[in-house]
Design a protein around this ligand. Structure first.
Ligand SMILES: Cc1ncc(COP(=O)(O)O)c(C=O)c1O
Length: 362
């Protein structure tokens, strides 16, 4: 099914204000956004319009009870300068799984993909091509009923906007093992991309910062023993020649698109990758025995970010120098090369955005 998307373009592009050599993460927004409203059981009024302010009611239920979900993905340019997406269907599926968990309507795949492709095609000149740069895409949905009773909303708004970004982390990170705060329990929403997960992590994040670390390394909430993930990244450890990463079985971590891609790429290279429970004791014991060769986080924004220090119960465990971590460093480059079609895409991960002529209503 094809959706009618009305397109109203800006007559005042802000592109010339962008300094492509100095792009901060997440603070500059491209010219247009997509909006659709869910009412009477269906998505309607689908439109692309100039990026700008929204007018909302103070009683809007999403503001009070957090019925809000989002996604994060990136568009790149291929070697000829044509726009393309990386595994967008995984984000769409994850978004709709989050929607289900939060009693929100799903956004049909065709509408989601069509909206995103049209939006990126329209603002393709905003896609930066520098090392570690991309056009970050932020789809999100929130409850819009003007009602402060606690119940699922009947109306929703779905928006996609984009922003050109450089690297999320410009340096490797240090992490503090959380022994007091918990991000997710089985049966909760840890595997969904819901706003509340991030809101609840803000205070622990400041605690990690106060102790001199960049991020919390989240642990299970029963025993504080098994590793879950980092604020915006899944986590991998290289123990000897095996890569281990927490499994998805308990539904307490986000099913990362980058995580999945890294697992496949490592296996392609012949490495053994285990997805299972990983205890902090196992990691630190491997460290003590000199077997912990690497640890890194994976995420769309962060790509692959090395972990240099793990702080646990007042002790800092320093990991091998980043220069010695050839496999993950190469992996980061391989991923970037696939996303920009510098190498062939044997997994069919890249979606070219066909530049159909846009039906524009100014
Ligand atoms: C909590 C959390 N874990 C992991 C990830 C990595 O997921 P992905 O690789 O799909 O970006 C993210 C980023 O979206 C995240 O927010």
């Amino acid at each position: 099914m094809s959706y009618q998307i009305d397109i109203h373009t800006t007559n005042q592009s802000r592109l010339n204000e962008l300094d492509f050599a100095n792009i901060p993460f997440g603070k500059v927004f491209s010219d247009h956004m997509f909006i659709a409203d869910y009412r009477d059981g269906k998505w309607q009024n689908c439109r692309i319009e100039p990026y700008g302010r929204l007018s909302i009611s103070p009683a809007m239920s999403g503001l009070h009870y957090g019925q809000e979900i989002f996604e994060g993905m990136k568009a790149f340019k291929d070697q000829e300068g044509n726009p393309q997406l990386f595994r967008p269907e995984m984000n769409v599926n994850r978004f709709n799984r989050s929607a289900k968990r939060m009693a929100m309507p799903d956004v049909p795949d065709e509408l989601f993909l069509e909206a995103m492709k049209k939006l990126v095609a329209l603002d393709k000149d905003w896609i930066p091509t520098g090392e570690e740069s991309a056009l970050y895409i932020r789809p999100f949905m929130f409850a819009t009923d003007e009602y402060i009773g606690v119940q699922p909303s009947n109306t929703f708004r779905f928006i996609i906007f984009t922003c050109p970004v450089g690297a999320y982390y410009t340096k490797p990170v240090s992490v503090m093992v959380s022994e007091e705060y918990v991000r997710a329990f089985p049966g909760g929403v840890g595997d969904s991309k819901v706003a509340g997960n991030y809101g609840a992590a803000m205070m622990p994040y400041t605690v990690a910062k106060e102790h001199g670390y960049n991020q919390m390394l989240w642990m299970d909430g029963y025993e504080f023993k098994y590793v879950q993930e980092i604020g915006t990244m899944n986590v991998f450890f290289r123990i000897g020649d095996t890569f281990v990463t927490p499994s998805l079985d308990e539904k307490t971590i986000l099913e990362g698109v980058t995580r999945d891609s890294v697992i496949e790429l490592l296996r392609d290279k012949g490495y053994n990758v285990e997805t299972r429970r990983v205890s902090i004791d196992e990691v630190l014991e491997a460290h003590q025995q000199g077997k912990l060769k690497d640890a890194f986080g994976t995420g769309t924004a962060a790509t692959i970010t090395h972990i240099v220090t793990i702080g646990y119960r007042g002790t800092d465990y320093e990991l091998p120098p980043v220069e010695k971590r050839e496999v993950s460093t190469q992996l980061k480059q391989d991923l970037q090369h696939i996303r920009t079609s510098k190498v062939s895409d044997s997994h069919n991960w890249v979606h070219k955005i066909q530049e159909e002529p846009l039906a524009v209503n100014k």
